[in-house]
Design a protein around this ligand. Structure first.
Ligand SMILES: Cc1ncc(COP(=O)(O)O)c(C=O)c1O
Length: 415
């Protein structure tokens, strides 16, 4: 049986498409488990806690699977906190991150007593203190620093430069750490950094870890006790065949020497690396259109119009992201130069430009790979398009973990 990047066979994909229709996200549970274990194992016996970044894929069954694998949770909104609780996490398993947390979100996190609220600004720390005082509790706070490190990834997913909206400068964080000691309703438990996503080089990760550790060492020397250092997420995956990425071992080697100096527990917030390669988006060709021949080569070119578009997988339209696209059951014949596009009324609704596919016909199934992270979570109802179904495959069997929306589902919110 031919295999499609995940452990799922093309025969299974055809069966899933007939049963549930398309577009459909299909996830490989075994691969997610394996990747979760591999990342955890890379940290060896150094004290660490892996908090799965729910933002990467927030479908309840996936978050539950992460919990079964021993990961804890990194929530980026009030909604993600509720997902984590529904998935069986306790408040002590949750770190709460995110720029611009609302008063209601902070109140919920403080009332629950989450493991750490990763605070982004002095104003936010004041708001947390006021809520904790009012609730008669002590909120556990970690300070997110902005190390002014270029993650080297796409500018839209880089978060560690001082011109980015995230975190506090080292000096502001130091002042904040001292100030927190004066608030009886706050306890500083850690420092946090996240310099971006889809990072494919170790140097920026090492620099971020060193900056975090240097600050921790000096704060502890001042008598400010800390429990953990949270290095965030960001480990990249190979979207293109042969793309150089950082392995879990290289990742651990890049960050652990700096963290080890502090003796503090390492917190990691991986998302993409665990779930990205374990998901694919299955879509059907709904139309074909000839284009004018390529002006340079004179080669024939066509639009392959799929039933999945930017409302299902936004990454190509949002960041020009590249996903491998292939045909589930290739037909014989020479490859054709194609632009694979979606049905949405926007020219940016392109899933892949200038790709070569074997001859395709209307009704053929396509697979868009590495769509397990930042795929279904970014879906929208633009053009009143219902979101795709999601299916989890485990031990050769599958089940729907999120049913396809219907137009009725969409209309029920209109009053
Ligand atoms: C604070 C924080 N932690 C963790 C992550 C997860 O990152 P990734 O999916 O690249 O591992 C993100 C995503 O950007 C984030 O903003």
């Amino acid at each position: 049986m031919s295999r499609i990047s995940t452990g799922i066979s093309s025969e299974h994909l055809s069966a899933i498409a007939s049963e549930f229709g398309t577009p459909t996200y299909v996830y490989d549970a075994a691969l997610m488990r394996e990747r979760c274990r591999a990342l955890d194992a890379a940290c060896g016996d150094y004290p660490h806690a892996m908090h799965y970044a729910i933002k990467a894929n927030a479908t309840l069954a996936i978050v539950r699977l992460m919990r079964e694998c021993g990961a804890r949770a990194d929530a980026n909104s009030g909604g993600e906190i509720e997902v984590a609780l529904r998935a069986g996490y306790t408040a002590q398993d949750i770190v709460f991150t995110g720029v611009g947390k609302s008063a209601a979100e902070l109140r919920r996190a403080v009332a629950l007593g989450v493991k750490a609220i990763n605070a982004e600004s002095p104003g936010e720390v004041e708001r947390i203190a006021a809520i904790a005082r009012e609730l008669g509790t002590v909120a556990r706070v970690a300070i997110r620093i902005n190390p002014d490190v270029d993650a080297g990834s796409h500018p839209h997913i880089s978060t560690g430069l001082k011109t980015n909206k995230f975190g506090m400068s080292i000096e502001a964080a130091r002042a904040m750490a001292r100030d927190i000691g004066r608030h009886p309703s706050l306890r500083i438990v850690g420092l946090h950094v996240h310099i971006g996503s889809q990072i494919t080089k170790t140097a920026p990760l090492t620099r971020a870890a060193e900056t975090l550790s240097d600050l921790a060492v000096s704060l502890v020397a001042e008598g400010i006790p800390l429990e953990h250092l949270d290095i965030g997420g960001g480990l990249g995956i190979g979207y293109q065949v042969g793309q150089t990425v950082v392995s879990p071992q290289e990742y651990a080697e890049a960050i652990l020497p700096a963290i080890r100096r502090t003796g503090l527990t390492l917190v990691l917030e991986p998302g993409r690396w665990i779930v990205g390669p374990a998901g694919i988006l299955l879509t059907t060709v709904v139309d074909l259109k000839a284009q004018p021949p390529d002006p340079q080569t004179g080669e024939a070119r066509q639009f392959v119009i799929a039933d999945a578009g930017m409302t299902d997988l936004l990454r190509p339209a949002l960041y020009g992201a590249w996903h491998d696209i292939s045909v589930v059951s290739p037909r014989p014949g020479p490859d054709v130069l194609c632009d694979i596009v979606g049905p949405v009324c926007e020219t940016t609704d392109t899933l892949g430009s200038a790709r070569r596919l074997p001859p395709v016909e209307v009704g053929d199934l396509l697979v868009i790979r590495d769509a397990g992270a930042y795929g279904s979570v970014m879906a929208s109802n633009y053009n009143r398009r219902p979101t795709a179904a999601e299916v989890l495959v485990e031990n050769g069997a599958w089940r729907v973990i999120r049913r396809r929306q219907t137009v009725e589902d969409l209309l029920q919110w209109d009053v």
